[in-house]
Design a protein around this ligand. Structure first.
Ligand code: GLP
Length: 243
């Protein structure tokens, strides 16, 4: 895996926003995989600024979000759907018919529908990922086994705590289940960039980069992909070793 360490979280976010806008300029029909979470807020802020200053046209690009809470529909203000509207889609000219998110309020067939939509779009060109402190990507949580395709899953207490900021810091309000792209769905993306900032993620980053392949650290499976970059700030890189 290629590792890049930036002097600050904002420099890392800005560089990735620049990379994404370049990719869209080269291929206006780019298919992006997108994360939510605090790290992505900084990235989307930079992307909005760049799309305005460089007048980048996102209208033909497609997006697929990684995950959503079970039980929350698109118009629920605490859903990842609403998060994406607030932090990105309300400000950049993505076409609503090409921005795809899982519907947390839908029936079981929703996961299969999502997989079909990704396949119809021709697969994901650039998958942007964040990292959970426990090594999760999307909502693929550490477990005895991992799931290949988009599926319904239980969230760990630590993951529910990390997401409580979306629910007025009331952990009891965070759903216990979520829908998530599977590990196979993620690993089929043509290119992957894992963006991680902050000291609280340093241990997880070291396990992803220097540790064994294990379902206890789902992101360790990124080691199998031929085009993965891990973009870090100094704090997130604090515990990695160079061998
Ligand atoms: C959430 C999301 C992940 C995200 C992770 C990191 O649980 N499901 O897709 O990558 O958290 O979030 P943060 O950037 O807030 O640490």
């Amino acid at each position: 895996m290629k590792v890049r360490v930036f002097p600050s979280p904002s420099k890392a976010s800005r560089a990735l926003a620049r990379d994404i806008t370049r990719a869209v300029s080269r291929n206006p029909r780019l298919v992006l995989g997108l994360p939510t979470g605090r790290t992505s807020i900084a990235l989307y802020r930079e992307l909005i600024a760049l799309s305005r200053s460089q007048k980048i046209d996102f209208s033909r690009a497609s997006t697929f979000n990684l995950d959503e809470f079970v039980g929350l529909s698109a118009d629920d203000s605490q859903s990842y759907h609403a998060f994406m509207q607030r932090h990105l889609f309300d400000h950049v000219n993505f076409s609503p018919k090409r921005t795809h998110l899982l519907n947390g309020a839908a029936e079981a067939a929703e996961c299969r529908r999502y997989e079909r939509a990704i396949a119809r779009a021709g697969g994901i060109d650039l998958m942007v990922l964040g990292l959970g402190r426990n090594g999760h990507i999307g909502f693929n949580e550490p477990d005895r086994s991992l799931v290949t395709r988009t599926h319904r899953t239980h969230l760990k207490p630590s993951t529910r705590r990390a997401n409580a900021f979306l629910f007025d810091h009331r952990i009891g309000a965070v759903p216990h289940e979520a829908l998530s792209m599977g590990m196979g769905t993620i690993l089929q993306a043509r290119r992957i960039v894992l963006l991680v900032t902050g000291r609280s993620k340093a241990r997880a980053v070291a396990r992803v980069l220097n540790g064994r392949l294990t379902t206890r650290v789902p992101a360790s499976f990124l080691q199998l992909h031929r085009d993965v970059e891990v973009w870090l700030d100094g704090d997130a890189a604090a515990l990695i070793s160079s061998n």
